[in-house]
Write a new protein. Structure first.
Lengths: 498, 346
């Protein structure tokens, strides 16, 4: 079955590497794709998958390594040139303009022309043919924004497939956020691509999707492709075991290990909450515990976070937070009802030009006023020093926030909430972009903060296993499992979520 | 798929997280900023020396300096008004029209009502300021409308209302002709204190209070945070929409105060102020480019206004033709902003 065995190799990636500043995003990337073959690429967030795909498709120029496509070396870093040779990265649905019609979206960038104008009739024909080839019929003149999510995904795939010269499509999480039945439609369409003598690289956190469609799977971790499975080796159990084998990369820190606190009152509840991804989810969080929300992209895990912090509202059901059990309607009212928020997406938390002190004091300014209703310098200094001290954050308060390392920035942003009457602290992917040593310290801080409040956290399964008392595993919008005690392991989490 | 979700995931997957600049880099940046300040403050000193040497009997005289300073309050007040929204990361193009509208309202309030002079001034000032500011602020803060267009529209309405009010007076529906309006007002402002008009002292007091509030009051810090990173501010619990409304109100109130200062010094002229729009922004941008360590600020705007006023004054003392003054001002602004970019990029 392996096409490369027949010598019909289409793409050969050898030893590519890419470094961004101090971060080695890809250290050693290798990939082999045969003709008419679909291979899977699997690895945790931040393992370098996206960078690797960007290298292959020409969006990013690597520091080293080679990519041979159809027997010829590719001009790395030249996206349009590579696309013309027949290798295309299918962007996620974000790349669609909602007001464009289906046919416009399918032929975008490769419009058939006649005397310098778009030949609309041919364009519609191409779009219809391509969609038919994928086994679907969509209203060609409908705006893309009016289609359900699954059909938008099909349009993005059709865009790649509409070009006759394209022989390899790279699909990045094409089934993310789709319910099982709809994901199956997308997978069926991908298989049709293989029937049409094309090859596919499929990137997905849904290991079941990979198993059901790929003949080969390459595993990646910490910037390296360390194992490729083929034939009978491609099964869920084997892949999960291999993903686990190479983890254990975080130094153990006894402070981060859960030592069960006294559980207090309920500080956050979801009752039958439905929203964009969530479908009837109920859960509750008590003071003194760290509750992890596990789930891959599109499972609804980040929606839980956004609902708790007042960034969005549920479609159905009720979200209540704080000791007083209020519904959070906006971030600043969520704060008033006892919710604090920290995110690893520091682009959305760090304010350029502001100092560490100004960041830490920002949610508390109204409490630090003195006479004349101005912020008292001395009270602010005391507040900031105590907050930073409580979480042993290094760094001068008057230094710009951007001068701190990622881990320290993150802890400074957590320190914000130490002195405030926060009942539940919502922590979203705190370790993104934080080095290994910093991660352990960060998780220890999370434990510490849970002593007097409830903490809800999303993170990689490995980290959740280290820090959580309880993990709610979400899968396609519903609670797949709720793990407690000894069941809180990386393996259980991976099994329940993927 | 929510965009926030996708952004986090993308950052996570590509390992592309904002890398903090190394300490040495911060040092270099600081040095660059100082270099920029040295150039601009230095060029200001050189400018003064140049005019001094060229026109020793006219430029450095106390009369000329009084003229220079007494000519500043209206424009500078408007520059302070725009500074508030600039810190917020927004624009307000209605500022000069709000000021203009205030001049006519104040003229009526002081002559057609039985209020005393000072209460009439205050009522007219706050009436226009709060009305225009709340419309701008609510549209931008709660309506999420682009400030550029909203304030352009509000400015246009203000200009129209001003014409309407003024034409009503001209048509003789009221008994007081436009030409006699200023007399009552001029009593207030013709009071000088050590050679400077009352307006100068109003400006100084307002600048002091505004500077203090913007830097040290929770509200001012919130305005800075929103301008720096709106999402970050929201997630830190800053009431973003409410702060936007109050910032636009503050801007309009300051703009209206500029109108009060103008009418108290000059009486009422139709459409006297719209031409102040660009100079007001020029002063704020020039100041931020030249001396603002962290972008827009009250001291930076004051410096910008002083620099530009000195330039204009010097050129007119040297009897430079109008076109020269315009070109020189343009070049100075251009170079300053370019310098600032060089200082911040890299």
């Amino acid at each position: 079955m392996s096409a490369s065995a027949n010598g019909a190799t289409l793409l050969e990636v050898e030893g590519v590497s890419k470094r961004y500043g101090g971060i080695q995003a890809v250290a050693d990337g290798n990939l082999l794709v045969g003709r008419s073959e679909m291979i899977g690429l699997v690895g945790p967030n931040g393992c370098g998958k996206s960078t690797m795909l960007n290298i292959v498709s020409g969006l990013v120029k690597p520091n080293g390594g080679s990519v041979v496509f159809d027997g010829q070396p590719l001009p790395l870093g030249h996206y349009r040139n590579i696309q013309a040779r027949g290798l295309v990265l299918v962007a996620q649905e974000l790349a669609l303009a909602p007001v464009d019609t289906v046919w416009e979206s399918v032929v975008l960038g490769a419009e058939p022309r006649h005397l310098g104008r778009i030949n609309r009739r041919r364009a519609r024909q191409i779009a219809a043919d391509t969609l038919a080839q994928l086994g679907h019929e969509l209203p060609l003149n409908a705006p893309v924004g009016s289609l359900p999510p699954v059909e938008r995904r099909l349009v993005t795939i059709a865009r790649g497939a509409a070009r006759p010269e394209v022989r390899l499509l790279i699909l990045d999480e094409p089934t993310a956020g789709l319910p099982t039945a709809e994901a199956a439609r997308v997978i069926a369409a991908m298989k049709k691509l293989i029937d049409a003598d094309r090859s596919v690289i499929l990137v997905s956190h849904h290991i079941e999707d990979i198993v059901s469609s790929c003949s080969k799977v390459t595993l990646m971790r910490d910037g390296r492709t360390y194992r490729t499975l083929a034939g009978a080796e491609v099964n869920k159990g084997g892949i999960v075991r291999l993903l686990l084998m190479n983890s254990a990369s975080i130094p153990d820190d006894e402070n981060a290990a859960p030592e069960s606190n006294e559980l207090g009152d309920v500080v956050a509840t979801f009752s039958e909450v439905s929203g964009e991804f969530l479908d009837g989810v109920s859960l509750s969080v008590r003071r003194g515990e760290v509750v992890g929300i596990a789930g891959i992209l599109g499972s609804g895990a980040s929606e839980v976070i956004q609902l708790l912090s007042g960034q969005r509202q549920p479609r159905e059901g009720q979200v209540k937070v704080g000791a007083a059990q209020v519904t959070p309607s906006a971030p600043h009212t969520a704060l008033r009802s006892g919710v604090g928020f920290v995110s690893g997406d520091r682009a959305n938390l760090v304010i350029r030009q502001m100092t560490v002190s100004e960041h830490v004091a920002l949610p508390a300014l109204e409490r630090l006023r003195s006479r004349l209703r101005l912020v008292s310098k001395s009270r602010e200094r005391k507040w900031v020093e105590e907050s930073l001290g409580a979480l042993s954050v290094k760094g001068k308060p008057e230094a710009p926030m951007t001068s701190l390392s990622g881990g320290n920035q993150q802890r400074a942003l957590m320190a914000r909430w130490v002195g405030l009457p926060v009942d539940v602290l919502v922590v979203d992917q705190p370790t993104v972009g934080v080095d290994l040593a910093g991660r352990a310290q960060l998780l220890a801080v999370v434990r510490k903060l849970a002593a007097e409040r409830g903490v809800v956290i999303t993170a990689e399964p490995e980290e959740l296993a280290m820090v959580c008392d309880r993990v709610v595993c979400l899968r396609r919008g519903s609670v797949a499992a709720e793990l407690t005690g000894d069941a809180v392991t990386e393996e259980e989490i991976l099994h329940a979520t993927s | 798929m929510s965009t926030g979700n996708a952004v986090v995931d993308e950052a996570a997957q590509s390992g592309l997280v904002p890398t903090p600049p190394a300490p040495q880099q911060a040092m270099r940046e600081r040095a660059k900023r100082h270099y920029r300040q040295i150039i601009l403050v230095g060029s200001f000193v050189l400018l003064i020396i140049f005019f001094w040497v060229e026109r020793p009997s006219e430029f450095p005289t106390s009369t000329n300096i009084q003229n220079l300073i007494n000519g500043m309050p209206v424009l500078t007040m408007m520059a302070l008004a725009v500074t508030v929204v600039l810190i917020l990361g927004e624009f307000d193009l209605s500022v000069p029209n709000v000021a203009s509208l205030t001049t006519v309202v104040v003229a009526i309030m002081t002559t057609q009502t039985s209020l005393g002079l000072i209460p009439a001034l205050i009522v007219g000032w706050l009436l226009v300021g709060f009305a225009a500011g709340s419309v701008n602020g609510v549209a931008v803060g709660y309506g999420k409308a682009p400030a550029f267009i909203v304030t352009l529209a509000v400015g246009s309405v203000c200009a129209g209302v001003e014409l309407l009010v003024q034409s009503k007076i001209r048509l003789g529906q009221t008994s007081i002709p436009v030409s006699s309006l200023p007399t009552a007002l001029q009593d207030v402002t013709n009071r000088h204190l050590i050679g400077f008009e009352l307006a100068v002292y109003v400006l100084i007091v307002v600048a002091l209070i505004l500077g203090l509030v913007l830097v040290h009051a929770p509200w001012g810090r919130h305005v800075h945070a929103i301008g720096g990173n709106e999402t970050a501010a929201r997630l830190a619990g800053v009431p973003v929409r409410r702060t936007k409304v109050t910032a636009f109100v503050a801007t309009a109130v300051l703009a209206a105060l500029a109108g009060v200062l103008f009418s108290s010094g000059n009486g009422y002229f139709a459409n006297a102020l719209p031409s102040y729009l660009l100079p007001a922004y020029a002063a704020a941008f020039f100041g931020a480019a030249g001396v603002g360590r962290r972008g827009f600020s009250v001291p930076a705007t004051l410096f910008g206004a002083l620099y530009l006023a000195t330039l204009t004054n010097g050129l007119s003392v040297m009897s430079a033709p109008l076109w020269v003054a315009s070109v020189v001002q343009g070049i100075v602004l251009f170079v300053a902003v370019l310098l600032a970019r060089i200082g911040t990029t890299s």
